[in-house]
Ligand binder design. Structure first.
Ligand SMILES: [Zn+2]
Length: 260
């Protein structure tokens, strides 16, 4: 089967070095790498530049999609009412995690292609490398480090004539939940300076309980998500889940509840 997300140009702007090493990265690996390059900004997505208006059938939200539970749930929900565009921001502080997420994303996209639940489709997918270098420590020192790392590249990437909003899948009781309104306000102020125009930042599943989102996903789709924050490398140099981090433990709890 042809790769369906490659059907218009350029829909898949692969912008990272695919030769990801299997060495387990540590934060130390990335400290002292010097200056932080700005994100590479694709000149166009689906052939649409910042100043152009896309045809209706190409329009849709730009969803930050990591292959985790929350963003997989969000993509599925969004596909019920609209075509969607996906974006992955690859910070370089955990290569093993990024590698697993990128592989899981491909499988999940294929699942959506093979199991359409509406007339809508994933229109484009972009991987945006965002080298953090020395500033990783700095940005990690503030509460908003995670969304800032996603929103800064998104801000430079979105096309107002193509993307109807930027969406992030924070669910109920996420550590970011108390800050979502502040984030929206910051986005609204900062994007005033984007020459091409503003689009809203939204959190469509902010009131959804994590357990409910897990149970809502079809089992075969659920088996494709990657949750671990801290993957390890086993004796055969396979990347495996740590089974210790928060997301790993939560998934184990859900699986237990299912089998009882
Ligand atoms: Zn884990």
């Amino acid at each position: 089967m042809s790769e369906w997300w490659l059907n218009s140009t350029p829909t898949y702007n692969l912008q990272f070095n695919t030769a990801i090493t299997m060495n387990k990265p540590t934060i130390e690996t990335y400290i002292g790498q010097g200056i932080v390059p700005a994100p590479v900004i694709p000149r166009s997505v689906c052939g649409i530049t910042s100043s152009q208006e896309a045809p209706m059938e190409l329009k849709g939200p730009l969803i930050l999609f990591s292959s985790g539970l929350d963003s997989t749930y969000l993509v599925r929900e969004a596909l019920k009412t609209s075509n969607v565009h996906l974006l992955y921001v690859m910070g370089n502080f955990n290569r093993a995690k990024a590698e697993q997420e990128l592989a899981a994303r491909e499988k999940i996209k294929q699942w959506f292609n093979d199991n359409p639940e509406s007339q809508y489709r994933i229109i484009s997918d972009t991987i945006q490398q965002f080298e953090m270098g020395d500033s990783f420590q700095m940005i990690n020192a503030v509460k908003l480090s995670q969304p800032l790392m996603w929103l800064y590249p998104a801000m430079y990437y979105y096309k107002p004539g193509l993307h109807t909003s930027v969406q992030i899948a924070y669910v109920k009781n996420d550590h970011m939940s108390p800050h979502l309104d502040d984030l929206t306000n910051a986005w609204n102020i900062l994007t005033k300076f984007i020459k091409a125009g503003q689009i809203p930042l939204t959190f469509p599943v902010r009131d959804v309980d994590k357990k409910d989102s897990y149970n809502a996903l079809p089992k075969d789709l659920r088996s494709l998500i990657w949750v671990c924050d801290n993957p390890m490398i086993d004796g055969n140099r396979n990347i495996i889940e740590c089974k210790q981090c928060g997301p790993c433990k939560r998934r184990a709890t859900y699986l237990n509840q299912e089998s009882t």
